[in-house]
Design a protein around this ligand. Structure first.
Ligand SMILES: Cc1cc2nc3c(=O)[nH]c(=O)nc-3n(C[C@H](O)[C@H](O)[C@H](O)COP(=O)(O)O)c2cc1C
Length: 364
């Protein structure tokens, strides 16, 4: 029997997931020796930990190159469609996302791979569409970054969704794809297609999400600014006659005292920063992506080293639960969490923060 409710549509007001555990360093650019190495058995362990704790989703990052420096973070990363299929056999309830680069992965292939994950997981597959930003990764495929990334993305998504429902082969004539006799069985378990996120920040990214995603997956600098982004996303979706929720992502250091949490944050994200890796990453990301508010690069180097420019949740279980409550009150539907070392750090977070969120009525 397929799952009756996809985890992303379950009862919790604030959905939680794990982000980037498939990649060396997770979201960090730190030389701290305990940093995440993403050994396969450890990836399985944290996926199972998240699953048992009732988290809603497991979301990988899509990377094809590292960021140089002392650690060359993320060069070691598991491909996300095959990872999700493998994790289907190791987990019971959690949604398993694949993060798929539009220009690198053909939509006919992506549709079949996604349907495979959906069957293997009994309807728990998820698609996170990324249109890409990193020219070094595009070059690995012999591709160049194009201006109209989202135009290609819309054609890609149209083809994929049609494959998910088409009963007879169809032709597609677009600007980026010219295909004949396209078909694909089995259709996914989820109807009409697996739950879909789009990772982006810029206005064109939001315009794309308004047409092609169930949820925008985005960043923010301050919670109040996040509120405005959500209002903008809602207006864009409404103009398309759709509703699109907004997920975000945060990096976490949770400790019994605030001082301990801040000390460790300073240690791994400042004293032990991978300086050349961070310079490379921040320089290219600022130049080629619109993933963050431009102010973020000037103000928040620590956040880029600590968690790829995401919002920090640093403190006691009480303080972190209170921040998550503010994030939920701002209108975010869910948060993808990352840790320096997922396996070591998640047990304390899960044991101490989840019950507090239940007490606040954010999770059942
Ligand atoms: C929260 C978030 C997660 C992202 N994850 C990835 C990723 O895994 N791989 C990738 O190449 N790009 C990733 N991106 C980059 C986006 O796919 C997009 O290419 C980038 O944000 C530039 O588009 P934009 O200007 O519309 O934001 C992410 C962006 C955001 C905001």
């Amino acid at each position: 029997m397929p799952m009756s409710v996809h985890p992303m549509q379950g009862p919790n007001r604030l959905k939680l997931g794990i982000f980037s555990a498939n990649a060396d360093g997770g979201l960090t650019l730190t030389r701290a020796p305990e940093r995440w190495r993403a050994a396969w058995p450890d990836v399985v362990t944290v996926a199972q930990m998240a699953d048992r704790a009732g988290l809603e989703f497991f979301l990988p990052i899509a990377r094809w190159r590292g960021f140089g420096g002392a650690t060359n973070a993320r060069e070691w990363s598991f491909e996300t469609l095959t990872e999700a299929a493998a994790l289907a056999a190791h987990t019971q309830n959690i949604a398993l996302f694949a993060t798929v680069h539009v220009p690198m992965v053909h939509p006919v292939f992506a549709a079949k791979a996604l349907a495979t994950i959906d069957h293997a997981s009994n309807g728990r597959a998820g698609l996170n569409i990324v249109c890409g930003w990193n020219p070094e990764e595009f070059a690995c495929f012999g591709l160049e970054l194009i201006e109209d990334r989202y135009g290609q993305g819309l054609e890609w998504f149209d083809i994929l969704t049609r494959i998910c429902t088409a009963d007879t082969p169809f032709d597609f004539a677009g600007q980026y794809y010219n295909l004949r006799g396209v078909c694909g069985l089995p259709h996914p378990v989820q109807r009409p297609r697996p739950v879909t996120l789009n990772a982006g920040f810029s206005p064109p990214g939001r315009a794309f999400a308004a047409r092609a995603a169930d949820y925008l997956f985005t960043t923010f600098i301050e919670i109040d600014a996040g509120r405005e982004q959500i209002a903008d996303m809602e207006a864009r979706a409404a103009a398309e006659g759709r509703a699109v929720g907004v997920y975000t992502t945060c990096h976490v250091v949770c400790r019994p005292t605030q001082a301990e949490a801040e000390r460790y944050y300073e240690h791994y994200a400042v004293e032990m920063e991978d300086t050349a890796g961070a310079d490379h990453y921040m320089g290219n990301k600022q130049k080629f992506s619109g993933s963050h508010d431009p102010e973020a690069y000037r103000l928040h180097r620590k956040r880029f080293v600590g968690g790829a420019g995401t919002y920090p949740l640093i403190g006691t279980p009480e303080a972190i639960a209170a921040e998550l409550q503010r994030i939920s009150a701002a209108g975010f539907a869910g948060v993808a969490l990352s840790f320096v070392n997922f396996k070591n750090e998640m047990p304390y977070f899960l044991t101490e923060v989840l019950p507090r969120l239940q007490g606040m009525g954010l999770r059942v």
